[in-house]
Design a protein around this ligand. Sequence first.
Ligand code: ADP
Ligand code: MG
Length: 349
Amino acid sequence: MFNRLYRQFSNDIGIDLGTANTLVYLRGRGIVINEPSVVALNTKTNRVVAVGMEAKNMMGRTPSHIRIVRPLVEGVISDYEVTEEMLSYLINKANDADKKLFRPRVVIGIPVGITNVEMRAVYDAAKSAGAREVYIVEEPMAAAIGVQMPIHDPVGSMIIDIGGGTTDIAVIALSGIVRAKSLKIAGDRLTQDIISYMRDEFKMLIGEKTAEHIKITVGSALPDEIPEEISIKGRDLVTGLPREAIITDVDIREAMYASISQLVDAIREVLETTPPEVLADIMQKGMMLAGGGALIRNLPQLLESQLKVPVTIVDDPLTAVARGTGIILENVNLYKDVLVENTDDISFR
Ligand code: ADP
Ligand code: MG
């Protein structure tokens, strides 16, 4: 009796703990939080001052006692305590969205190939942030579920999740990951490439926000019929004074070329080691792109021409993982086999 009452008053959440963005899916409600994975800390009190967009807006403008931290660097928890603080902030915020939420069950997506120690850190952070039970799923698996790929079938599917810190490449069949690779070349690297290019070729210093804006507005993997250009402001490295410059899509392709080639090579390596039957399925069905990096203009066309496999961008690529965690929450029994660990296994390891 008490149990049933308790269940009614508890609710469950799915968390996509991304390197760039963290999303929270509340059971029965959908995505209720979608914020940058950024935390502002007061270094005097060691307390969290702001999380998400509010913290991101403080970047570059903080007084000395406030430090801006991205708790996940390259897909790995760089700061355990901050991650825990962020998770507990998010769980509380989801709680505000639904007053009945109390010690929720939590499904969390993690990058493929993280170590047991790192996985344990995610698990512990969620537990101490107030989760009653913690289920862990690999992000590409969650993304595949989120976009309704037939993951349980004896047919191979391929998904490539290009996030901020990591690109996760996975071949899935029969509820399991057949082949996978995670590399630290993703959206953040492309943004850094643009900063370096501007410094080397234009002798100009630009900030991360500007570089990301350039990437999103004029960046592309292959030329378009209509050329793109943008006027940007930065600091002239010679005079130290502000300066404006016109940047074109050709510049940005050149800036991103090396990293995008590495991405293509990594996908090729996964294809080369995929068993032939599964490869045949992928050749027929194509590969799916998810994550913010899937939106790089003409990336599908580039991949198709280099790899000779059809490529499709999933619907709403930035929310695929979060939607997947939501689907898992709502059908835990159906998806038990795709979870990496459950509470009992992990706590006795
Ligand atoms: P993560 O899962 O690591 O948090 P996301 O899937 O949220 O990452 O993707 C964030 C990355 O996607 C960032 O590097 C961002 O710059 C990039 N991104 C977002 N939109 C676009 C776009 N339209 N074109 C290119 N890159 C984009
Ligand atoms: Mg992600």
